[in-house]
Design a protein around this ligand. Structure first.
Ligand code: BT5
Length: 314
């Protein structure tokens, strides 16, 4: 109601009529909003109006105006967590619905691949884990990392007009610096997926001084690149919608279109690269990705290597 009122007063009576609850209950809800950080002005005979919103990505902020039917319809929000992935794994096991998103303002032990740290300072980023339950064979799950990368690039383009690049498999870069990290994990039997948990970290409003020594030369944020603060909730809502659209296309028609889109954003294809895998460094020409999302590298002897997981050096 306050969002629709666009800064105007909404009377306590109107709220209680529309919600079908008592004036005391309205007052309690107003107090709840205040606790969440909303600033509400109360004027006799006029009612209440919102004069300040919290810089938060709370369920209220994410649900208001959300255009999806599935992704983001259930938000599990916390101020501070170890890792949103950990919570998503737990609630997925407990039966959380597809499209549930775990969001936190801060992660004290955010994780990348191979247990690397993901730096997630308070109120600056979009730190979230999305629970999906696709009926696909487990070996196809890596396609969802690529799909998520496309969705995040499209959302960033829409909200900021910036055009990030994708580096196989899971990095989104701007001007050669890392802007987004994606970590896809699964709960599955040998032949059946229970859930896929897509962890996404987007650096949104950090300034250069917010990055620590280890990452300040390799990381960037939308604010640094754009020169202005970005509304995190609006960015996340745009991302949920892009993700939902691509995911529905994927479930209906397969990976074909996603692959084509991914290739238009990818910077690691058609170049000489080094892939550092767990067992070896493979150097050669990146030919492209397969329909499963596997990277193909042709070395100097003409041998084609299929890379499932690696760090890429351009
Ligand atoms: C990733 O791993 O890029 C996946 C990161 C996924 C983070 C999300 S946030 C929500 C969810 N909850 C979690 O706990 N995780 C997910 P990887 O490709 O392994 O890259 C990790 C490397 O990126 C680190 O070793 C650092 O060099 C660098 N790094 C760490 N924090 C960064 C940041 N905020 N921005 C840019 N680079 C960062």
């Amino acid at each position: 109601m306050f969002t629709n009122a666009d800064g105007d007063y909404v009377s306590g009576q109107k709220i209680s009529d529309l919600l079908g609850c008592s004036r005391t209950a309205v007052w309690k809800h107003i107090e709840e909003l205040r606790k969440e950080g909303y600033e509400l002005e109360a004027v006799r005979k006029k009612g209440y109006r919102i004069v300040g919103k919290p810089n938060k990505v709370s369920s209220n902020e994410l649900l208001l105006g959300l255009q999806t039917t599935k992704i983001g319809q259930y938000i599990h929000y916390e101020e501070s967590v170890h890792s949103t992935q950990k919570i998503a794994h737990r609630i997925a096991q407990e039966g959380a619905k597809e499209g549930t998103v775990v969001v936190a303002e801060e992660q004290t032990a955010g994780r990348g691949r191979l247990d690397r740290a993901w730096y997630s300072p308070k109120y600056t980023g979009a730190w979230m884990s999305i629970i999906l339950r696709p009926s696909i064979p487990p070996q196809q799950a890596p396609q969802l990392t690529l799909l998520s990368a496309v969705a995040v690039v499209q959302a960033i383009q829409e909200v900021t007009n910036l055009s990030p690049d994708i580096k196989w498999p899971n990095d989104v870069l701007l001007n050669g610096k890392k802007l987004v990290g994606i970590l896809t994990e699964m709960q599955a039997d040998f032949d059946r997926i229970h859930s896929v948990i897509i962890g996404i970290g987007i650096n949104v409003n950090q300034q250069e001084t917010d990055f620590n020594e280890q990452i300040k030369h390799i990381a960037t944020s939308l604010r640094i690149e754009k020169g202005e603060e970005i509304n995190r909730a609006a960015l996340m809502q745009a991302f949920f919608l892009k993700l939902e659209t691509l995911y529905e296309e994927y479930l209906k028609n397969g990976f074909g279109l996603i692959k084509v889109l991914w290739e238009t954003y990818a910077i690691s294809i058609g170049k000489r690269i080094i892939a550092r895998t767990m067992t070896a460094n493979i150097e050669g020409f990146a030919k492209g990705i397969t329909d499963e999302g596997v990277l193909l590298i042709e070395d100097d002897e003409g041998v084609i290597h299929r890379i499932h997981s690696a760090d890429i050096e351009l």
